[in-house]
Design a protein around this ligand. Structure first.
Ligand code: DI6
Ligand code: FE
Length: 402
């Protein structure tokens, strides 16, 4: 029985490396076999022994790799709309914090929610991403800040992949903030809660990578290094929230551990970029937080380009600094706010996003890669970053399933 399927009558933004922008193919065809791509190219070059496969006419639409959101905090309890309103009514961060706002308010709501409630609350956010052609979502812990709740968050993230046609990559972010009960005692929190919880989470198969927030309001490099030492002992890939509000040398620290990525990077300097380049790291650009916090310091895109550091773009979906679940809008923001090009934005949510998660076989339309594709009602891939609040998705093809 013929197992192969051919998608034809389409343009394909393959996102393959090369001189052709977007790796764009006119009058292209993709041959799918089970969960993988068997062939991709211009229809007229289709090998003879594929010609018997069942054909699917895409009526001139555009095919891309399915999108990948490589940095989200999508699972959490409650929301921070009231805090947003307080701030816009003139309250300062301090007044918001004194009123119990900020990360600690999300921590309280998350600790009070069941795993099922966390899943139910997260699903509409994940569905918003799926509706825009996303096939793979990275989901961090970090709103529990105690053992029981961090494990609950990671189990909820795993559960999402059971109830939705999406791949979830989980990241342990116990070093996100210090809970109230450890206020002013960062080292004790790292030693007594964060590291033991990481080990338990790994023993339950809940952790695909490890992250830490290296920032004055969170953890210092030496405290982050303790987390990364254990992650390295556990043979887990590393990511870091670095240089978001200041430069503590987080990207350089992560480079010493050959991290997959450093994320935010508004305050990255040339030394940090050089370290990232030598470690082969990806720079994950998060315009949603910059926009929501009304920051002014932009990430140094030109320095990243100079060092040929691959750039990914993600939503950073979280209840406080980036309550955004649109990867297409993140692409538009990365271009309009940070002057990335539309092609960089497209590469940033496909090929480079896959690299930021250490995922091979994803993010490119190419033989041997997973058949995670998106079909769009648009003519040219520059439209993805150009439009604001417009979703041209026609359909997703996940694991070769039409
Ligand atoms: N950087 C951020 O901007 C968020 N976390 C982080 O590491 C803030 C998360 C929140 O405000 O809930
Ligand atoms: Fe984040």
């Amino acid at each position: 029985m013929e197992r192969r399927k051919i998608l034809h009558n389409c343009r394909i933004a393959t996102m393959q490396h090369g001189h052709v922008p977007y790796g764009l193919l006119e009058d292209g065809a993709v041959v799918l076999e089970n969960e993988h791509i068997t062939w991709c190219g211009v229809l007229k070059d289709l090998p003879a022994d594929f010609r018997k496969a069942k054909k699917f006419d895409l009526e001139g639409r555009l095919v891309t790799p399915a999108l990948i959101d490589c940095h989200t905090h999508t699972v959490f309890g409650g929301n921070r709309a009231l805090e947003f309103e307080m701030r816009l009514n003139g309250a300062t961060y301090e007044e918001v914090a004194r009123a119990g706002g900020g990360i600690v308010s999300t921590v309280a709501a998350t600790r009070g929610a069941s795993e099922a409630e966390l899943v139910a609350d997260a699903l509409p956010r994940v569905d918003a991403l799926i509706a825009e052609g996303v096939s793979t979502v990275e989901i961090k812990s970090g709103y529990g800040l105690d053992c029981e709740t961090e494990l609950k968050l990671l189990r909820a993230a795993r559960k999402i992949a059971d109830v939705r046609d999406v791949e979830v990559i989980t990241t342990f972010l116990g070093a996100h903030a210090v809970p109230l009960e450890y206020s002013g005692r960062q080292d004790a929190y790292i030693d007594e809660i964060c590291l033991p919880t990481l080990r338990i989470a790994v023993s339950e198969g809940l952790v695909d990578s490890v992250d830490a927030f290296c920032e004055g309001i969170a953890f210092q490099p030496d405290q982050v290094a303790k987390v990364f030492d254990v992650a390295t002992d556990l043979d887990l890939p590393i990511k870091i929230h670095a240089e978001q509000l200041s430069n503590l040398g987080g990207a350089k620290l992560a480079a010493q551990y050959n991290a997959l990525s450093a994320d935010h990077l508004e305050y990255l300097d040339d030394e940090g970029a050089a370290a990232m380049a030598s470690a082969g790291m990806v720079a994950v650009i998060l315009p949603g937080a910059f926009y929501t916090l009304r920051e002014t310091q932009k990430p140094p895109i030109d320095i990243l380009r100079h060092h040929c550091i691959p750039m990914a773009i993600a939503t950073d979906a979280n209840p406080g600094s980036s309550p955004m679940t649109s990867l297409l809008l993140a692409m538009n923001m990365a271009c309009t706010l940070f002057q990335m090009t539309p092609e960089e934005a497209m590469i940033g949510t496909t090929r480079n996003a896959a690299c930021a998660l250490g995922l091979g076989e994803r993010g490119v339309v190419q033989a041997g890669y997973r058949a995670d594709l998106a079909v769009w009602d648009i003519k040219h891939p520059s439209e993805f970053a150009y439009r604001i609040g417009f979703n041209p998705l026609k359909s997703r093809i996940i694991g070769g399933k039409l």
